[in-house]
Design a protein around this ligand. Structure first.
Ligand code: URA
Length: 289
């Protein structure tokens, strides 16, 4: 159960965690201490490292806090959260990703990591499945045939590719364009979550079932997933902007699917119109094309 922390306790806790952050420590874990009044108390397991300027012994002990599900999300800063410029913050996430070898895709023929592209302050973000051959060659998402169609979809919404942010669930090309495995998605998606928390879009459009199911952490058909908005918050990370409380997420068909079955373009257009309504976008008139 989530509870509001005593403000003084929160201040002290925040100062303590900032101190660890400054030393380059970002990962904390909680361990249950005891059950009090039906609630599990937790300890911040940063153990007994001495605190600069601390005088009392109790300050250097694990601290018991009431069970508050979000306290670490709220106050444990990721490295990118130390900068205010979102473009810079995205660069920090990219550097953190490095020459990634976290999943098997790194040894299955990828040429390069395809991180993401576009406006770091975009209101609208598109998330696809994973790079194909063209994206792998150029290092940018959606630059092949599916990308051309995505560009047309974006243009039909009355905006440009440069105004939006585009990324994928996995950042390395799966061999032969196979569907990424669940474990590959799970390994890679924390970086996408951090990108989302930096960009703070108003709306995310999940392109296809892999993106939709991974972002929403649910297993359903495209027919079940489309046609409505979901409230979305990036898992495991808070935006440094505490005023940003997540965004809306809509699901539509992947452009590669639409290339194979163009009859579904009308359905995709309905999804995009729903998004346009949310963002106050108007389709360009013929004369403004
Ligand atoms: N398909 C995707 O899902 N992503 C790309 O970047 C290109 C094709």
């Amino acid at each position: 159960m989530s509870r509001t922390l005593d403000p003084e306790f929160r201040r002290a806790l925040t100062a303590r965690i900032r101190y660890y952050n400054e030393m380059g420590i970002y990962d904390f874990y909680r361990r249950p201490l005891s059950v009090r009044g039906g609630e599990i108390a937790a300890a911040i397991a940063v153990d007994d490292a001495p605190i600069a300027g601390s005088t009392t012994q109790s300050e250097s002990r694990p601290v018991a806090i009431p069970g508050d599900e979000n306290i670490f999300d709220l106050i444990a800063l990721k490295p990118e959260q130390r900068v205010s410029d979102p473009a810079q913050a995205l660069k920090i996430i990219r550097e953190d990703l490095g020459d990634c070898t976290r999943c098997v895709l790194h040894k299955q023929g990828r040429k390069q990591i395809v991180f993401g592209v576009g406006n770091a302050k975009a209101d609208l973000m598109f998330v696809g499945e994973g790079p194909g051959a063209d994206e792998d060659a150029q290092g940018e998402p959606f630059v092949g045939r599916a990308g051309q169609l995505l560009n047309n979809m974006i243009k039909a919404m009355g905006i440009t590719r440069e105004q939006v942010y585009i990324a994928n669930i996995v950042k390395c090309r799966p061999p032969g364009n196979r569907t990424p495995e669940r474990e590959e998605c799970a390994t890679c998606s924390p970086f996408l979550m951090r990108q989302i928390a930096v960009v703070k879009p108003k709306v995310i459009v999940a392109l296809g079932a892999v993106a939709a199911k991974t972002l929403l952490a649910m297993n359903a058909s495209m027919a079940q997933l489309r046609g409505r908005f979901y409230d979305f918050r990036p898992a495991g990370v808070r935006s440094s902007d505490l005023n940003w409380d997540g965004c809306k997420l809509a699901v539509t068909y992947h452009p590669a699917f639409l290339l194979r079955d163009p009859r579904q373009k009308g359905e995709a257009w309905k999804d995009l119109q729903m998004v346009m309504g949310e963002l106050g976008l108007k389709a360009p008139t013929k004369s403004s094309d």
